[in-house]
Design a protein around this ligand. Structure first.
Ligand code: 5GP
Length: 189
């Protein structure tokens, strides 16, 4: 998606460890115009598949999920990072290693908000090694919900997660794909 690629090239800041900072429009300050354009692009890509739920994990996927759910005319649900180790029977849960923080969180989703037969679009801001998506896919499997596909704002292709998921037959659509990053350059696919 040209508009997003241009924004990443203009405003993205490369940090050590293969991290890209896009705080000016996605991760701290939020630009609703680009988020609506992204949601419309996801609608174009996934139109006609009967998506009735958009899912993400807190916190940075939530804004994208809400805009996407608006254009798909359905609900957005986000998995929460559980604060306790006592996981109740009322939730589906998965372990997710955080790319940016290096720790592992148990993420949970209430059984009330994800049901057997739901057709789910999973969205997130970044795709690196694929840990977050794997956790969300596991939660959908536990619920008996169908993952129609994933919609990602920025995929760092060189970190491999996206292609691993595609090889497993999961549809992954990324609106901006980064081929490589270094301290001095950022190359879009
Ligand atoms: P993965 O689970 O695919 O390894 O990493 C994706 C998750 O880590 C996303 O939910 C995102 O919040 C975070 N993340 C991964 N890479 C980056 C990055 O370069 N910049 C930012 N801001 N977040 C990232």
């Amino acid at each position: 998606m040209k508009e997003l690629e241009q924004k990443v090239l203009k405003d993205g800041k490369v940090l050590p460890g293969g991290v890209l900072k896009v705080d000016s429009f996605l991760n701290h300050q939020i630009d609703p115009q680009i988020l609506m354009a992204m949601a419309n692009e996801l609608k174009r890509l996934y139109d006609g598949y009967g998506i009735n739920k958009v899912m993400t994990v807190e916190a940075s996927g939530i804004a994208i999920a809400v805009f996407a759910a608006y254009v798909f005319n359905c609900r957005a649900v986000f998995a929460k990072k559980s604060k306790t180790s006592n996981i109740s029977d009322d939730v589906y849960s998965a372990e997710v290693r955080s790319f940016t923080h290096g720790n592992t969180n148990t993420v949970v989703c209430s059984k009330e908000y994800l049901c057997k037969g739901d057709k789910v679009l999973i969205v997130d801001d970044f795709l690196a090694h694929g840990e977050a998506l794997r956790g969300l896919i596991s939660i959908c499997e536990q619920a008996g919900a169908e993952v129609v596909g994933c919609g990602i704002a920025i995929e760092k292709v060189f970190q491999g997660g996206g292609n691993e998921l595609r090889e497993k037959g999961i549809r992954v659509e990324s609106l901006c794909k980064i081929a490589s990053m270094s301290d001095t350059s950022l190359e879009i696919c």
